[in-house]
Design a protein around this ligand. Structure first.
Ligand code: GLN
Length: 198
C-alpha cells in the first residue's frame, strides 16, 4: 500500500513520518505521474498560497483534483484543508490560494488572534477511543460553515475543527505534529476498507 504525500512545501517530513510509522510505503508527490496507483494521499500543512502556486507550476491542479474526486482517500491538515475547501473567504492580507474546491466547507485563513495564533487544545474526534486528541493549531484556518456535502467530525469545544465527506478528510489542526497516531491510523483504516471495496 503506497500513500502519497504532496511534497511541494510545508510539513512534508512530519506527515511522512506520521504515516510511515504505521508501516506503509510513502511516496512524495511532486508531479502528476506520482499520483499513479496511490492508495491514499496526504495534503500537508504549510503556506497555502505557496502550495497553490506550486501545484499550478507542477501541472498538478487537474490530476490532483481528479484523483481526490475519483475517491483516493485524502487527509488534509491546515493549509491542506484550505486547498481542499470549496469556499475560501478572501483575506485582507493579500494573496490567497486557489482552492481545489472539493470539500464542502467555507474557511477563513489565519482566523485567530495574535497571541493565540498557535496553541494546543484538546479535540474530540468522532470514532477515536482513548479520550481527547491533542490538537496542535498553528496559524490555523477556521471552518466557518460545513455545507450539506460534508459532515463535521472533530470539535474543539463546540467549534468544528474537522470535516469530511466519505474518505476526504480536512482538519484545521496538525495530528502529524504529535506522537499520537490515532487520527492517521483511523484514516488509514478507512483507506484500507475503501481499497478492498473497489
Ligand atoms: N496559515 C497558513 C495558510 O493560510 C496555514 C497554516 C498551517 O498550515 N499550519 O496557508
Amino acid at each position: 500500500m503506497i500513500v502519497g504525500v504532496l511534497a511541494l512545501q510545508g510539513d512534508v517530513p512530519e506527515q511522512t513520518r506520521a504515516i510511515a510509522r504505521l508501516g506503509v510505503q510513502v511516496r512524495p508527490v511532486r508531479s502528476p505521474s506520482d499520483l499513479e496507483g496511490l492508495a491514499a494521499l496526504l495534503l500537508p500543512g504549510g503556506e497555502s498560497t505557496t502550495i497553490s502556486d506550486l501545484i499550478d507550476r507542477a501541472g498538478l491542479r487537474e490530476p490532483l483534483t481528479t484523483a481526490i474526486r475519483s475517491g483516493v482517500p485524502t487527509l488534509a491538515t491546515c493549509a491542506g484543508l484550505i486547498l481542499l475547501s470549496r469556499y475560501l473567504e478572501v483575506s485582507a492580507e493579500g494573496r490567497d490560494p486557489h482552492p481545489l474546491g472539493i470539500l464542502d466547507v467555507r474557511v477563513r485563513r489565519n482566523d485567530f488572534g495574535r497571541q493565540r495564533e498557535s496553541f494546543e487544545a484538546p479535540v474530540r474526534v468522532e470514532g477515536l477511543r482513548g479520550g481527547p486528541f491533542p490538537g496542535v493549531f498553528i496559524r490555523s484556518p477556521r471552518i466557518l460553515l460545513v455545507g450539506p456535502g460534508a459532515e463535521p467530525f472533530a470539535w474543539r469545544g463546540s467549534e468544528v475543527v474537522g470535516a469530511r465527506a466519505g474518505n476526504t478528510w480536512g482538519l484545521t489542526f496538525h495530528p502529524e505534529l504529535t506522537d499520537d497516531p490515532r487520527v492517521h491510523r483511523a484514516f488509514l483504516q478507512r483507506a484500507r476498507v475503501a481499497r478492498r471495496s473497489v
